[in-house]
Design a binder for this molecule. Structure first.
Ligand code: B12
Ligand code: SF4
Length: 443
C-alpha cells in the first residue's frame, strides 16, 4: 500500500515563490508518517515548494486542511478523486467544518489522528473507509518521523511540539474551539528525545500557550536547560508577571517569545474576551520585564474590533517602535469558521462573504467583514502600511541595535535576516489569491 501526503499552499501568484518565512517543516505530516506502519510506502508533496504529482501511483491521498488552504485542498482532492483514488482529510478546518470537507473527500478525520489512524488504514486496505472518524483531542506520545522531509528545503529550525491547546477562550481563536479552552501538555521525555534527535541548533517549540500550565512549564524549562539549545515559542503576557518563570525560560534557551498583545484598547480586549491582557497591569512595565530577562518579543496585534480605527493601528505601531520589539505583526481580524467571532459577525450581518475561504476573488490580506469605525479596504491598507513602516530601514536599524543587548549574538545575527525577509514579504503576501496556484496549468 502507498499513502501520498499533501500539504496544500494557501495560494500562489504567477511565477512567484511561496512566502519564505512560512516554509517551516510541516510537523503535522511527520506525526502522520510516524503513525503509519513501516510496511506502507509514503511520499509527501508540499504544495508550498512543489506541485503535487497528480499522476503519482498511490492508493490513498491524505490532505491536511487549514481554513486558508481549504479551497486549494478541495481542488487538489478533486484531481485525485477523478482517478478513483480515495482522499482523506484532517486538520483544523476539516475538524471544525467536517460537513463541508465531506463534500470533497471520501473520509474526514475529526480531531487528532493518533487514536484513529490505524483503524482508518485498516479500513482503507479493505476498501471500506468510513465517512467520518472521530479522533481524540490531546497531546500524544508520538515521535514525529521527519524522514518524510528528505530532499525538501525548509527553514533551518526544528519544530518540536510541547503542548496543544490553551486555557483561554479568545473570541477569534480557532484553537480555543478546537481544544475547548483546555491545555494538553506533552510528555517531557518525548520533548527531550525530539530535541536530541534534531540536526539543528534552533528550535521552535510548538505550543499555543507555553505558559498555560505554570508548573508544567517550570518543570519543562528546568529539564531542557542542560541541552543548551536556543528556542522561540509562544505564550501569553501573563509570563511577565512571573520573574522566576522568565528566569527559567531564559536559562533553558528562550531567545524569542511570540506574545499576542492583540490590542491596547481596554474595550476591544473585553470584546475579544482577552481582558486578562489588560488586567495584568501596565504594559510598558510588563514588556520591560521580559526584555530585562534577556528575551526578545515577537508582538502580535489584531485590528477590526469595534473600537478600532486608523488611530488604534497607529498607537500599536508607536508602542512597538517605543519598545523596539524584535519583530511585530499588524494583522487584521479574520472570522475563522466556528469561532464565536464568526457567529457574532454573522448574527450582526457584517460578514462580506458567508465563507470567505471558498469565495471567488477573495485574496490574502483582505477583510472579510465590515468593521464598525473604518472601511474594510482602509483597514487592510492601514495594516499593510504599519507592516511597511515597522520594516523600514530606520526602524529595523533601531530595533536591531536595541536587540543587541537583549538576545544572544546568534539571535542578533538572525535578526537582520529575519526582519529584512519579513519586510520584503509585506507586499508579496498582499493579494495572494486564496486557493489558486497560478503556476498550475488548468487540467
Ligand atoms: C507551527 C505553526 C505555523 C508555522 C508553520 C506551519 C507549517 N505548516 O509548517 C508558521 C509560523 C509558518 C505558521 C503560519 C501560519 N499559520 Co500557523 N500554526 C502553527 C501551529 C502553532 C502548530 C502547527 C503544528 O505543527 N502542530 C503540531 C501538529 C502535530 O498538530 P496538528 O497540525 O494539529 O495535526 C494533528 C491534527 O490536526 C490532525 N491532522 C492534521 N492534519 C491532518 C491530516 C489528515 C489526513 C488527518 C487524518 C489528520 C490530520 O492530526 C494531527 C496529529 O494529531 C498551529 C497551532 C497548533 N497548535 O497546531 C498554528 C495554526 C495551524 N496556524 C494558523 C494560521 C491561521 C496560520 C497563518 C495563516 C497565520 C498568518 N495569518 O500568517 C499562517 C499560514 C501559513 C501557511 N499555511 O502556509 C491557524 C489555523 C487556523 C485554521 N482555522 O485553519 C492555527 C491553528 C493557529 C491558531 N491559533 O488558530 N503556522
Ligand atoms: S491566548 Fe492565544 S492561543 Fe489562547 S485562546 Fe487566546 S488567542 Fe488563542
Amino acid at each position: 500500500m502507498k499513502i501520498t501526503f499533501i500539504l496544500p499552499a494557501i495560494g500562489k501568484k504567477p511565477g512567484k515563490k511561496y512566502i519564505g518565512t512560512w516554509k517551516m517543516e510541516p510537523l503535522t505530516v511527520a506525526v502522520l508518517k510516524a503513525l503509519t506502519p513501516p510496511d506502507i510506502e509514503t511520499e509527501l508533496y508540499d504544495d508550498r515548494i512543489e506541485l503535487p504529482n497528480y499522476d503519482t501511483v498511490t492508493d490513498l491521498v491524505c490532505i491536511t486542511v487549514e481554513t486558508y488552504t481549504a479551497k486549494r485542498s478541495y481542488r487538489i482532492a478533486e484531481r485525485f478523486r477523478e482517478r478513483g483514488i480515495p482522499v482523506i482529510m484532517g486538520g483544523y478546518h476539516a475538524t471544525i467544518c467536517p460537513e463541508e470537507a465531506e463534500l470533497h473527500c471520501d473520509s474526514v478525520i475529526v480531531g487528532n489522528a493518533e487514536t484513529v489512524w490505524q483503524q482508518m488504514i485498516a479500513d482503507a486496505k479493505e476498501g471500506r473507509l468510513q465517512k467520518r472518524y472521530i479522533g481524540g483531542v490531546g497531546a500524544y506520545g508520538t515521535h514525529p518521523d521527519k524522514s518524510i522531509f528528505t530532499g525538501k528545503k525548509y527553514l533551518p529550525v526544528s519544530l518540536v511540539e510541547t503542548g496543544r491547546g490553551c486555557c483561554h477562550s479568545c473570541e477569534f481563536c480557532s484553537i480555543s474551539r478546537f481544544y475547548d479552552a483546555h491545555y494538553h501538555a506533552r510528555s517531557h521525555e518525548f520533548i527531550i528525545d525530539d530535541i536530541k534527535a534534531s540536526p539543528h541548533k534552533y528550535f521552535f517549540l510548538v505550543d499555543d500557550n507555553l505558559v498555560a500550565d505554570r508548573k508544567n512549564a517550570m518543570s519543562l524549562f528546568e529539564k531542557i536547560t542542560p541541552l543548551g539549545i536556543k528556542w522561540a515559542g509562544q505564550g501569553t503576557l501573563s509570563m511577565a508577571k512571573d520573574e522566576a518563570l522568565l528566569k527559567a525560560m531564559k536559562q533553558s534557551g528562550c531567545e524569542l517569545i511570540l506574545i499576542g498583545f492583540e490590542s491596547l484598547d481596554k474595550d476591544n480586549l473585553r470584546q475579544m474576551n482577552k481582558s486578562f491582557n489588560y488586567a495584568l497591569g501596565e504594559r510598558d512595565e510588563l514588556v520591560k520585564r521580559v526584555h530585562d530577562a534577556g528575551i526578545g518579543i515577537y508582538a502580535t496585534f489584531v485590528f477590526g474590533y469595534d473600537n478600532d480605527d486608523e488611530g488604534t493601528v497607529e498607537s500599536a505601531l508607536e508602542f512597538s517602535k517605543k519598545h523596539n520589539f524584535y519583530t511585530a505583526a499588524f494583522n487584521h481580524l479574520l472570522p475563522f469558521p466556528n469561532t464565536r467571532l464568526y457567529d457574532r459577525l454573522k448574527a450582526e450581518n457584517r460578514l462580506l462573504y458567508d465563507k470567505w475561504w471558498l469565495a471567488d476573488g477573495y485574496n490574502y490580506g483582505e477583510l472579510a467583514f465590515v468593521p464598525k469605525r473604518i472601511s474594510p479596504e482602509r483597514l487592510s491598507s492601514v495594516c499593510r502600511n504599519a507592516r511597511k513602516e515597522y520594516s523600514s530601514a530606520g526602524t529595523v536599524m533601531r530595533r536591531g541595535f536595541a536587540s543587541l543587548g537583549r538576545t544572544s549574538p546568534l539571535m542578533w545575527g538572525l535578526f537582520w535576516g529575519m526582519n529584512l525577509r519579513i519586510g520584503g514579504e509585506v507586499d508579496q503576501k498582499m493579494n495572494v489569491p486564496i486557493g489558486e496556484n497560478l503556476d498550475e496549468l488548468p487540467k
